[in-house]
Design a protein around this ligand. Structure first.
Ligand code: GLU
Length: 308
């Protein structure tokens, strides 16, 4: 094993679907092929507090698929001390200011923005941040990060160089005393020594905001690997409206994990026809060379084959 480290980081919001499985299986294969350490982090800060059973269900589904990882499951909400520490540092540096948020903005801040980013026009930023913050003594406040206002080029291993404008100030902490997704993910990745982040392309833009935080905290950003998305026939990211593509539902209906892996293998360009596959063969045959660069449609034909 070399010193590279990646992580499987599911959010236990609703059950994992075939699009999530696609990303996790590729992340696992990349880790195995490149001798990276692979951690498991349950991102339970997303949305309302999760029961332990819900968290366990997500873990069980990945085990059923045959995925393995190194060390115990890390539950994000177990320790927020590093997040608090980072927040204080940003406040002291004058990189964060307290603000009011609507209830919708507070909710948005906790979610990974798969389709949009919770942003705020930086025109609400106080002129003198340290004076503004000094006039306030309640630690349980909402905080926004003062963005650089520049554009940023994200060097993505799979998508190449992508340019994003970083002109809005985004939420990093809410008065419920919780870090936002953007802050929590970079604090955990940094403290867990994550060098390679593998996830869906719908979070590619988030990498620009996350690099702003890395820079402000003087930390090195990881290497990014943003994967094509699995979309429904309408071209939109797979969701409930496309039908029930939860892995747990397939499992209950008697679909084997070999069929799920077989479909993922076909999407990855490993096979040209649909055939069940075990994870070992997937690992031996997976290569980035055949991975499509554009989104992949989960067709009705494939859905029928799964249940065949
Ligand atoms: N927990 C996030 C999700 O499931 C992933 C966050 C990340 O990989 O940065 O969407």
């Amino acid at each position: 094993m070399n010193s590279n480290k990646s992580r499987l980081a599911p959010s236990p919001t609703g059950a994992l679907h075939i699009g999530n499985a696609f990303a996790f299986v590729i992340n696992w294969a990349l880790a195995k092929q490149n001798q990276w350490e692979l951690l498991f982090r349950m991102e339970d800060l997303d949305g309302p507090r999760k029961k332990l059973e819900t968290i366990q269900e997500s873990v069980d589904i990945l085990i059923w698929l045959g995925l393995t990882w190194d060390g115990p499951v890390h539950i994000q909400s177990d320790d927020l001390s590093q997040c608090k520490h980072a927040l204080n540092e940003l406040i002291q540096q004058g990189d964060a200011y307290h603000c009011n948020l609507t209830r919708a903005e507070i909710e948005e801040a906790s979610l990974a923005p798969h389709t949009k980013l919770a942003l705020h026009d930086s025109s609400i930023r106080p002129v003198d941040i340290s004076k503004h913050n000094a006039s306030y003594d309640n630690a349980h406040s909402n905080w926004r990060f003062r963005s650089s206002g520049n554009s940023r080029i994200i060097q993505d291993t799979l998508s190449g160089n992508m340019k994003f404008d970083v002109i809005d100030d985004f939420v990093i902490w809410t008065k419920a005393n919780m870090p936002s997704y953007q802050l929590a993910v970079i604090v955990d990745d940094h403290h867990q020594g994550i060098t390679d982040v593998v996830r869906g392309k719908d979070l590619l833009q988030s990498a620009a905001w996350q690099e702003e935080l890395y820079e402000a905290l003087g930390w090195e950003a990881p290497r990014w690997w943003h994967l094509p998305l699995i979309v429904g026939p309408d071209g939109k990211r797979l969701a409930k409206r496309h039908g029930d593509s939860r892995i747990s539902s397939y499992k209950t209906q008697g679909v084997t994990s070999e069929r799920i892996i077989g479909l993922i293998a076909n999407w990855c360009g490993i096979t040209t026809t649909l055939e069940p596959m075990n994870l070992d063969s997937f690992l031996q045959n997976f290569t980035l060379m055949h991975l499509p660069t554009t989104n992949i449609t989960f067709s009705q034909k494939e859905e029928l084959w799964l249940r065949d």
